[in-house]
Ligand binder design. Structure first.
Ligand SMILES: [Ca+2]
Ligand SMILES: [Ca+2]
Length: 335
């Protein structure tokens, strides 16, 4: 269970790996996945399946987090872009990398990911991109777009440590509010804690604190707003009354916080009702009185809508995008 991993980032037990050393064969074919002719990719997908099946202790077709971490650890020597990974960071790297597989392949948090699903996931492809030698001119920002890059994993750790002001290994609501320069609304942070942070051992069971695993979910959701998994995470936060749909009143409540940050940022005045109508136009829900998760997924702009409702920067980006689009369209009038 992901929820049971309530240990802080500084207290990660060294277990699960050493005892299994030697079981996981590193194969030459592994090097082919993610590059070269399609034939090779097919061979290495087969190899990945074999390697994962070997790690599947109880042969139920699912991998547990420590098994997935072990699989990733076995790949590292073959991944050109991870050549310089500091030995002391390997375990943390594997934990961060494996988490993405679980975010997408274990959406119900059963603590096991279906091997078939893992093999077909975009995550595996993204991880295998690290086989390719890094191009020199690629910037850190560019590299960090790949969750599995060393840059990205290190940034996430740094981010967590920087947010954890009282260094207790977990994040309070107050600490999480500083995420992304504090552009997320307070109501959203509240809802994240309501829906996605479980009462742990830390804090005496009363004050809820976000552990590192929950933080990874949070970051993955925000970075993958347009995926069903990311949007599902966010929708649960937007669905203020847990009814499975959003009403105009919910949108109003959510956007009021964005509006407040917007005004604090000395932007021009906004009419909340106009934004509400705009969101309705973007989503065009099947039931005109209720926006459901299915509507957000179907309208293909669910990620943008979610951004507009939780993040003043997300709203600003949307607002500016409209202007940029207009500028792009104008010169084409002649054509
Ligand atoms: Ca298993
Ligand atoms: Ca803390």
């Amino acid at each position: 269970m992901v929820g049971s991993l309530t240990i802080g980032i500084r207290a990660i037990p060294r277990q699960g790996f050493e005892s299994r050393k030697g079981r996981h064969k590193q194969s030459a074919e592994c090097q082919q996945l993610g590059e070269g002719p399609a034939g090779n990719a097919k061979v290495s997908l087969t190899q990945a399946r074999i390697d994962m099946s070997e790690l599947d202790e109880d042969s139920d077709g699912f991998l547990q987090p420590h098994e997935m971490e072990f699989y990733i650890r076995g790949l590292i020597p073959n991944l050109a872009q991870l050549r310089d990974i500091p030995a002391a960071f390997v375990q943390m790297y594997c934990r961060i990398a494996a988490h993405k597989f679980f975010f997408f392949c274990d959406p119900h948090k059963r603590g096991k990911a279906c091997i078939k699903k893992v093999l077909l996931s975009n995550c595996l492809q993204e991880l295998m991109e690290l086989h390719q030698e890094r191009e020199e001119e690629v910037t850190d920002t560019e590299q960090a777009k790949n969750w599995f890059s060393l840059t990205s994993a290190q940034l996430i750790c740094e981010m967590f440590l920087a947010l954890d002001k009282d260094t207790n290994g977990t994040l309070s609501k107050q600490e999480l509010r500083e995420y992304a320069d504090g552009t997320l609304t307070d109501i959203f942070i509240e809802r994240v804690f309501d829906e996605h942070v479980w009462r742990g051992k830390i804090g005496g069971g009363n004050a809820r604190e976000m552990d590192f695993e929950s933080f990874l979910d949070f970051v993955l959701a925000l970075e993958n707003k347009d995926t069903p998994e990311g949007l599902t995470y966010l929708f649960r936060c937007l669905d203020l009354h847990g009814r499975g749909f959003l009403t105009t009143a919910d949108i109003h409540t959510l956007f009021r916080d964005v509006h407040q940050k917007w005004i604090e940022g000395e932007n021009y005045e906004l009419c909340i009702e106009d934004v509400r109508d705009e969101i309705w136009d973007m989503v065009k829900p099947a039931n005109p009185l209720r926006i459901k998760l299915a509507d957000l997924l179907a309208c293909k702009q669910g990620g943008t809508v979610a951004s507009m409702l939780i993040d003043v920067c997300g709203f600003w980006a949307h607002d500016n995008r409209e202007n940029l689009l207009q500028e792009e369209e104008e010169p084409q009038e002649e054509a």
